[in-house]
Design a protein around this ligand. Structure first.
Ligand code: CUA
Length: 359
């Protein structure tokens, strides 16, 4: 007896309690994500192509809001007005209504048409690169992005530099598996497909640094395959290009940097990594395989991030990031093609001294 009473008391408590808890948890999740902490937000377009996508999103969103209010409001109204009340007769029973059914088929069809026009137009406009766009080749690797500038004869990794107010046409492919290039502030996503070429338009309005991420599961360290885009004024970009076109400068004799270069050569790093000291350099041949390569390190120290744009970590110094990476790459990035070479503490320090010369 007492259990039945207790059950009657507790059941609604559990029902309403869990509903309230669920709502609170959902809302808490929203408030935890501050926009500054969300570098991959699509709600802060920073260039014309991202703005175009954003505009379509809000157009569809507000149409959906109006439909939601009308439909839900209508349901509430009907539930309240026609609810069962003391002494009310049973209403007339109806089966089927052609006029109504045709109406509620035509209205959604019209709404879909209204949404489809800007969407399809946008899809086509955002697919074809402009005629005077600056070409950049993006090659996906497990797990980092490589950038080649065919007009300037330079290569970079992890960081894409681009001038503001100028369209970049990315010609993309992959050296291994499917990847997907996504820098939400600048544009939507696009696949990188092995053996095929896809294009992506990118453009930024202001000088800034944007975050990107591989958006297709591509193996063990997919979640660690990030990208960084740095947009700069045309003058700064020209300066950057000029610096990247220089050969690397060989380290001075009898310095830790020279020892570091020897470690680099003796450990077989040149199998994958290129450091271009120019045609006059009288050392080991430092040109790696063209396609199945690791990042070109000629101007390694000029980049803000490395190792697929995951190092250095937030608050970590550049050298500490390198120490962590060189000590055991597969520990930082599981499955990494860069093996653990069991370098000694001294070898790591010498390598860092050498890498710092690659401005
Ligand atoms: Cu590359 Cu995911």
């Amino acid at each position: 007896m007492i259990w039945r009473h207790l059950g009657r008391l507790i059941r609604p408590l559990i029902r309403w309690g869990s509903l309230v808890a669920l709502t609170v948890f959902s809302l808490a999740a929203c408030s935890l994500v501050e926009i500054e902490d969300a570098p991959l937000t699509t709600f802060e377009p920073a260039g014309p192509f991202a703005e175009r996508i954003d505009a379509v999103f809000w157009q569809v969103f507000w149409i959906a809001v109006v439909i939601f209010v009308v439909v839900e409001g209508g349901i509430l109204l009907i539930v309240l007005l026609f609810r069962d009340r003391e002494g009310r007769k049973e209403p007339r029973q109806i089966h089927g209504n052609n006029k109504l059914e045709i109406t509620w088929t035509i209205i959604p069809a019209l709404i879909l048409t209204v949404i489809a026009v800007p969407t399809i137009q946008g899809v086509f406009d955002l697919t074809e690169c402009g005629d005077d766009a600056m070409p950049v080749e993006i090659i996906g690797h497990q797990w980092w992005f490589e950038y080649r500038y065919p007009d300037h004869g330079i290569e970079s990794a992890s960081v894409l530099a681009m001038p503001i107010d100028r369209e970049v046409c990315a010609y993309m492919t992959s050296a291994d598996v499917l990847h997907n290039y996504w820098v939400p502030h600048l544009m939507g996503k696009r696949y990188l497909v092995p053996g095929q070429e896809t294009t992506l338009r990118l453009q930024a309005d202001e000088p800034a640094e944007y975050w990107g991420h591989c958006a297709e599961f591509c193996g063990l360290s997919h979640s660690l395959m990030r990208a960084r885009v740095i947009s700069m004024t045309q003058a700064d970009f020209d300066g950057w290009v000029a610096a990247q076109q220089q050969y690397a400068v060989p380290p001075a004799p009898d310095t830790p940097a020279e020892t570091g270069l020897k470690v680099f050569q003796e450990q077989g790093c040149t199998q994958c990594h290129t450091v271009d000291y120019g045609p006059d350099y009288q050392g080991t041949n430092l040109v790696a395989d063209e396609f199945f390569n690791g990042p070109n390190l000629t101007h390694f120290a000029s980049r803000s991030v490395f190792a697929g744009a995951i190092l250095p970590r937030e608050g970590q110094s550049w050298s500490d990031g390198l120490r962590e990476w060189l000590a055991n790459p597969p520990k930082v990035k599981p499955g990494s093609f860069m093996p653990n070479l069991d370098l000694t503490h001294q070898e790591i320090e010498d390598l860092i001294a050498w890498l710092d010369t690659l401005k």
